[in-house]
Design a binder for this molecule. Structure first.
Ligand code: TRP
Length: 372
């Protein structure tokens, strides 16, 4: 290895620092411009762990952006990261049900399976096989310092860490690199493991050379940082299913209204958009603004001295209107299970073709081809 593990460890840790974040943001803005000009220069990979039902935070934070990129003409891969779920949990829950629920939300939101390859990574053997050469390119010390591993460990508490947890950034690199993606939409917290994927791509090239047209086997994937701020739960805390503070995409209008009735506001009747001083009120204003595609300041002005009641009425209408089509479509999709099975079967087939090709390149680079 040409780089010492200490240097890279530092680079990985720094990928979470402010100056590095600003650099990533500047780069991300440049990429945004290039996407508009040259969408077919990009192949994007992103995905989710099937840990529960998607909620409106997921929608505004990532799903809407994926649909936008697909519509802009970027070739898109979506991984349903079913193996990743077993890193940090004793049991995975009703995994099969969750996978199909995720798929229904993707399709209802406008992900088009003709243009976007949706797959479960447990169904792609060649993707998982990339783990072996990739693991040989990273050190255990590097993985122990990885900030995403550290925060996952914190969530797990003081239970012993599984070896899969320790190596999950490498598995995630396989998710990204199996299709030679050069674009990964991420939140700030995911930057370190994108950096890990870049490191793996570079080291593979350094160790095994360029066997195909003098090009590296793997392009260095770039981060596309999500711009919309995070939406909080209805109690002002981070959205989490266990707190019951989220509006799931599959909820009915009545369930949504009931949840929003319980949302936390404050005693000032005059509604303003002021996230620093009035986080709960501003969060609801923001939800209405995102749902109606307006500026949050304008939404607050509209409510004026309507108080918490006026705010809740408006946000309920806005959210229910925004997602009524999504919900109707979602119900239809869930009722047609055979269709969902078919979509996933075709996505997995396509992902397998791509993964087999990449593994072929990897074997050639590693001189592990024996059939001729
Ligand atoms: N870790 C991501 C999550 O928390 C899911 C994921 C798995 C992913 N593999 C990926 C995201 C590759 C981006 C790229 O939901």
């Amino acid at each position: 290895m040409t780089t010492t593990s200490t240097d890279v460890g530092d680079a990985l840790e720094q990928s979470g620092s402010d100056s590095s974040y600003n650099r990533s943001l500047a780069r991300s803005n440049e990429i945004q411009t290039r996407i508009a000009q040259e969408p077919d220069a990009f192949r994007m990979l992103t995905g989710d762990r099937p840990t529960g039902n998607l909620h409106i935070g997921h929608y505004f934070g990532s799903l809407a952006n994926r649909v936008r990129l697909q519509e802009a003409g970027v070739e898109t891969f979506l991984v349903i990261a079913d193996y990743q779920v077993i890193t940090d949990r004793d049991g995975v829950g009703p995994i099969r049900e969750r996978v199909f629920s995720l798929l229904a939300d993707y399709l209802a939101a406008g992900i088009d399976p003709e243009r976007t390859t949706i797959f479960t990574h447990s169904a792609i053997p060649a993707l998982n096989q990339l783990m072996l050469p990739f693991l040989s390119l990273v050190t255990d010390a590097e993985l122990r310092r990885n900030p995403t591993v550290k925060s996952e460990m914190d969530l797990t508490g003081d239970r012993p860490m599984s070896a899969l947890m320790l190596t999950y950034p490498v598995h995630q690199a396989a998710d990204i690199l199996f299709c030679k993606a050069n674009l990964v939409p991420v939140g700030k917290d995911q930057l370190p493991h994108l950096e890990q994927s870049r490191v793996i791509a570079r080291r593979f090239d350094e160790r095994y050379g360029r066997v195909i047209d003098d090009q590296p086997v793997f392009p260095a994937p770039e981060a596309l940082l999500s711009s919309s701020g995070t939406i909080l739960g209805l109690d002002g805390f981070k959205m989490s299913k266990s707190r019951g503070n989220v509006i799931e995409l599959g909820m009915t209008a009545a369930q949504t209204a009931k949840l929003l009735k319980r949302a936390v506001t404050d005693s000032d009747r005059f509604i303003t958009y002021d996230p620093a001083n009035r986080p709960e009120v501003s969060n609801l204003v923001n939800m209405a603004a995102l749902s109606t595609d307006q500026d949050p300041g304008a939404v607050a002005e509209q409510i004026g001295d309507g108080g918490g009641g006026g705010l809740k009425k408006l946000v309920t209408e806005a959210v229910n209107e925004k997602f009524s089509e999504h919900r109707a479509l979602r119900n239809e999709l869930v009722a047609d299970h055979d269709h969902l099975v078919d979509v996933l079967r075709r996505g997995n087939q396509r992902a397998n073709e791509v993964a087999d090709d990449t593994l072929g390149d990897v074997r050639r680079a590693m001189q592990m081809t024996y059939s001729d």
